[in-house]
Design a protein. Sequence first.
Length: 210
Amino acid sequence: MSNSPSPNDDIYLRLGVQKDSSTQTIHKHFLKLLSPLLDKIKASRDSTQLLDELRALWVAHDILVDPDCRTDYDLRSLGIQTSDIDEQDDSQTLTFGVEPGQASKSVSWRIGELLQAVGILEQAELDIACDMHKAMPEMQFGRFLVKQSFLNEAQLQAVLIGQILIRAGELTLSQFMTAMSEVSKTHGDIKEVLLELGYIKNPILFQLEN
């Protein structure tokens, strides 16, 4: 089902889960709500409203179990504009093992949104950085941000790790934001913080960044 819920419809609330809930938890809550709803539909003479509820429940589930769709939804909930990657323009794209000009939707997405979500960059700063980067398109955007002092190396590495883990469905945007807040307070290492918070239980997942 491809219909999107209303912008005012909190799909986390609809499924009865927290914003940092795991995919497994979300799926379990979905099944828990699905069974009695299907029973009501079978027993009802006029199931139009119930079918609408079923559709909304299914859409909410489909969004939140897909890492890309969930991140996009979370960013929009924060008021951060999201956009599809232009495969001909990687000025805001940071990829791993991919040279500039080779970015594709399957391997990368814009890090500017992540930087905004964790409060490292404001929209105005991001716009300025993007304009400046046009003069140095051969340099990956993340490296350019460090070179121009928009962020430091530790912040870049943290966002790189967050990007990969979120993309892989191993971390949610909400969890990453919490971890980055802790990093900011303690000046700790993002990997250690993610492990301490229990968001990442297997250190081998950090090899995804390589």
